[in-house]
Design a protein around this ligand. Structure first.
Ligand code: PLP
Length: 417
């Protein structure tokens, strides 16, 4: 949490917060905090208090790097400030951040309500680890309608887990309304805010109890680090997460990745502005194209939840998905012809990426699960980067030309007709 006389403007926090010289360290004048690689730290004496709760990294108390590390601590402080939360934790992946949080707030036999439209890895974690192995009772519901969340709640529900917007259909839930439902049942609400980043959405301010990020995506922003973060204002959650992160699970972001993440965050506001401007232009272009059946982007008036997006987010982000006309072979021809958009999973980096969820990220789901989520064979997800938008549109044209030229094109007239 940012307090004192410091500015709390997002752009300023992104560049400087948490990066003060380490107390007690020699003053070298570095304007960028060093990467602290040491796994252990010299102690002042034998009477040093080593209990976890008494160690204060902000005061320079470092004992062992799994427990706390100055570079990791700095980036944890910064992410907490950007989400305007009290406690921040950095993990070795977004998956680890979500796993540690869930483990921190549930007990055997508890009931969990989760959005049915989650990142496929998170959904598999809930199904295969928490449900099948740890015997939690998990209900997946269409949370675009808060009434479905309310209907699924039971006396045993301790956690509601949402992701908004979702991957890849860009569905949303009303975070404030879902938080009210969760709290009426004394359950906690956790929200995966990866797609919007703290620049465009702050779930804690909307009533969530914890917010998670795959920092691999927008927060780091350069596709060169895998990491995760968790921010909360809840003392009880913080205590459990801290115990699990440092002792129970032992999962934390490495010093080098912490440095990369810190460096990436400095340009988050500028990147997000450009991601959004480019994504909006690409979405509008696709919406007007005859070989596109549907475009899913919260910034478009045609998105069924556009009003909710405008209310709970301050921007619409850089990810969109669209359904191509034709069949899977047409979609493959389209994707393989692209030169600026790289065919790859993941999102949120400065470079534009595309993927085919039915054959890549969501391939592990059963076909009927994909169908229920609206993931058709020609649904393409694009993470729109910060390149010149004219080059991106020209690239998409290249893809459409390849579709039309394709010998097996299934719906549009052949080019020479
Ligand atoms: N949450 C969302 C929305 C994601 O898209 C992803 C990965 O794609 C994750 C969580 C998992 O993050 P990581 O790959 O850093 O473990």
């Amino acid at each position: 949490m940012n307090d004192g006389d410091r500015s709390d403007r997002f752009e300023t926090l992104s560049v400087t917060y948490g990066e003060e010289p380490t107390p007690g360290a020699p003053m070298t004048g570095d304007v960028v905090s060093p990467i602290h690689l040491a796994s252990t730290y010299a102690l002042p004496g034998l009477d040093t208090d080593m209990s976890l709760e008494d160690l204060d990294p902000s005061a320079g108390d470092f004992v062992y790097s799994r427990l706390s590390n100055p570079t990791r601590h700095a980036v944890e402080q910064r992410i907490a400030a950007l989400e305007d939360g009290e406690y921040g934790y950095a993990f070795s992946s977004g998956t680890a951040a979500i796993f540690t949080f869930v483990l921190a707030v549930v007990e055997p036999g508890d009931h969990v309500v989760a959005f049915d439209d989650l990142y496929a890895g998170t959904r598999r974690m809930f199904e295969n680890v928490f449900q099948d192995r740890l015997k939690l009772d998990v209900d997946f519901v269409d949370a675009t309608d808060t009434a479905n969340v309310a209907d699924a709640m039971t006396d045993e529900t301790t956690l509601v887990w949402m992701e908004t917007p979702t991957n890849p259909r860009m569905n949303m839930c009303d975070v404030r309304a879902v938080a009210d439902v969760a709290h009426e049942h004394d359950a906690r609400l956790g929200v995966d805010n990866t797609f919007m980043s703290p620049y465009f959405q702050n779930p804690l301010a909307l009533g969530a109890d914890a917010v998670a990020h795959s920092t691999t995506k927008y927060l780091n922003g350069h596709s060169d680090s895998v990491g995760g973060a968790l921010v909360t204002d809840d003392d009880g959650v913080a205590e459990e997460v801290e115990f699990l992160q440092t002792v129970g699970v032992g999962d934390m972001l490495s010093p080098f990745d912490s440095y990369l993440l810190m460096r990436g965050i400095k340009t988050l506001p500028m990147r997000m502005e450009r991601h959004e401007a480019n994504a909006m232009a690409v979405a509008e272009y696709l919406e007007g194209h005859e070989l596109v059946d549907a475009v899913h982007y919260p910034g478009l008036q045609s998105h069924p939840q556009h009003d909710l997006a405008a209310e709970q987010m301050s921007g619409y982000g850089g990810v969109l998905s669209f359904e191509l006309a034709g069949g899977i072979e047409d979609a493959k021809r389209f994707l393989e012809a692209l030169e600026e958009f790289t065919l790859a999973v993941s999102l949120g980096g400065v470079e534009s990426l595309v993927e085919l969820p039915a054959g890549m990220t969501h391939e592990p789901l059963a076909p009927e699960e994909r169908e229920a989520l609206g993931i058709t064979d020609t649904l393409v997800r694009a993470s729109v980067g910060v390149e010149h938008v004219d080059d991106l549109v020209a690239d998409l044209d290249r893809g459409f030309d390849a579709m039309v030229d394709g010998a097996e094109f299934e719906t549009a007239p052949a080019a020479d007709d």
